[in-house]
Design a protein. Structure first.
Ligand code: IMP
Ligand code: MG
Length: 203
């Protein structure tokens, strides 16, 4: 595949290419790691008919590829969440806007997460799912930014550790853009600065 000087595939829209400073993890590296994760999960859950649970929308690409890399009987379901307010989000509270359709009581649940940053959202959701008494509950995360962690959560299956930088692509967005890139890239500092300004604005 032909790429630009920055290593970005030429099929990527120009507006995206301009905003990306570099490719952090390319498509091939992502896919190879996800195949390994799927093989490990398939070994551990062979006769357990697990339910893979994901939170929309960031996990969309990872979920699709992980499911295909896990060749055992399994089910999949999704939740959607929204923040009550920035301060509520800082404590991990979220509002469930779409709950699971599948009853997870007595089932083996693999919670599939795109990226763990502070871990607050994940911590809240795991606590909620535990009240439904699944037979087991483990986390498979594609990315982990351990330097931002506020609560103690270690995913059983992990794709990559990430440095403390904002990344986009492969499902991850900046203002709902960049999800549809098959690799993970770093935004130009201008775009990141804009994001930090937003964060520091009083709520
Ligand atoms: P936290 O672990 O509760 O802080 O929230 C993690 C969520 O923040 C993820 O599910 C993403 O939606 C979002 N997030 C964290 N870091 C990034 C990033 O680098 N790029 C895009 N989204 C991110
Ligand atoms: Mg997410």
């Amino acid at each position: 595949m032909s790429t630009t000087k920055k290593g970005i595939p030429e099929t990527i829209p120009e507006t995206y290419r301009k905003a990306i400073s570099r490719v952090l993890i390319d498509e091939e590296t992502l896919q190879a790691r996800i195949r390994e994760m799927g093989a490990a999960i398939a070994r551990d859950y062979e006769n357990k008919n697990p339910v893979f649970v994901g939170v929309l929308k960031g996990v969309l690409f990872f979920m699709a590829d992980l499911l295909q890399a896990t060749p055992i009987p399994l089910s999949v379901d999704f939740m959607s969440i929204a923040s009550y307010s920035p301060s509520a989000r800082d404590q991990g509270y979220v509002r469930i806007t779409k709950d699971l359709d599948i009853c997870i009581e007595g089932r083996h649940v693999v919670f599939v997460e795109d990226i763990i940053d502070t871990g607050l959202t994940l911590g809240y959701l795991l606590k909620l799912l535990r009240t439904r008494t699944p037979a087991s509950l483990e986390v498979a995360a594609l990315f982990d930014k351990p330097s931002h962690r506020l609560i103690d959560i270690g995913p059983k299956y992990l794709g990559f550790h990430l440095p403390d930088i904002f990344v986009v692509g492969y499902g991850l967005d900046y203002r709902e853009q960049f999800r549809n890139m098959p690799f993970v890239g770093v935004l130009h500092p201008d775009a990141i600065k804009q994001k930090q300004d937003e964060r520091s604005r009083p709520s």
